[in-house]
Design a protein around this ligand. Structure first.
Ligand code: GLP
Length: 248
């Protein structure tokens, strides 16, 4: 197991400002920075901070982004798609070149081809820093618990817990996508640095298990223990089961 940094903050705002500052340092010191980005409610305040940095003069015109995942069957214009989410919260408000934005296409006519296309994108643009959230069941991206984890981009059925957690965003349960396309575990681990962000009590157990539990496909985030450069950024609630020496 490698050393994993844990940074705990009193508020979501401070934690998000910390991550935004780390990203700002990377994009202002790299000629062609590549950011791996995540969706979900957790990174929204981070994206607000990045938009603010842009308003204060930080350019994103040299940045490439690669998103982790997308719902199968939802297009860029669907308000629940991750493509829509990313534009609403970040891309519409910064000067990024749309050609440098990469999100899996959940509407591709041939999903196998789309998976291979996305793998080629990930190989062509090695990720400098991958932002991750974590599911209550320990999933990362949409790599759900199970007997096997998949290395590369793939289509996956969504776990019942994930469907329950995400139902709140959809008008009716019948509209909920049942599958997603997601970056695989090996691609996530190929990022040079990983920042996992988790807020709130409901993430505390997954955070504890992913840092201290045995590495198991049943808690996909435990695989991060094998990566050399991982930082967990937590609020107090998400850190509540951690030994105090780790979380200070
Ligand atoms: C979805 C995403 C994950 C995200 C998780 C947690 O399942 N595919 O990338 O980490 O939700 O979402 P939230 O941040 O809303 O708790």
């Amino acid at each position: 197991m490698h050393f994993m940094r844990v940074r705990q903050f009193a508020t979501v705002e401070l934690a998000s400002l910390y991550v935004a500052s780390l990203i700002e340092f990377i994009i202002s010191s790299h000629e062609h920075p590549v950011l791996g980005l995540a969706t979900g409610s957790t990174p929204i305040p981070l994206y607000e901070r990045l938009v603010n940095f842009h308003r204060q003069g930080q350019t994103f015109d040299h940045v490439t982004t690669i998103n982790l995942d997308e719902y199968v069957g939802l297009g860029a214009n669907h308000p629940n798609s991750y493509n829509y989410f990313m534009h609403k919260h970040l891309f519409n408000h910064i000067d990024i070149n749309p050609a440098q934005v990469h999100i899996p296409n959940g509407m591709a006519p041939n999903m196998d081809e789309e998976c291979r296309r996305f793998d080629r994108v990930i190989e062509s643009f090695p990720i400098d820093v991958q932002i991750l959230g974590i599911g209550r069941n320990g999933h990362i991206g949409f790599n759900e618990p199970g007997q096997l984890l998949t290395a590369k981009t793939h289509v996956t059925p969504l776990a019942p817990e994930t469907l329950n957690a995400n139902a709140r965003f959809f008008k009716s349960r019948t509209k909920l996508p049942t599958h997603a396309i997601t970056m695989g575990i090996k691609s996530i681990l190929s990022a040079k640095a990983i920042i996992l962000i988790a807020f709130g009590d409901e993430k505390a157990e997954a955070v504890y298990r992913s840092l201290f539990g045995p590495i198991t496909t049943e808690v996909p985030a435990t695989i991060l223990q094998t990566h050399k450069n991982v930082t967990y950024v937590l609020d107090k609630q998400a850190a509540k089961y951690l030994p105090s020496a780790v979380s200070l």
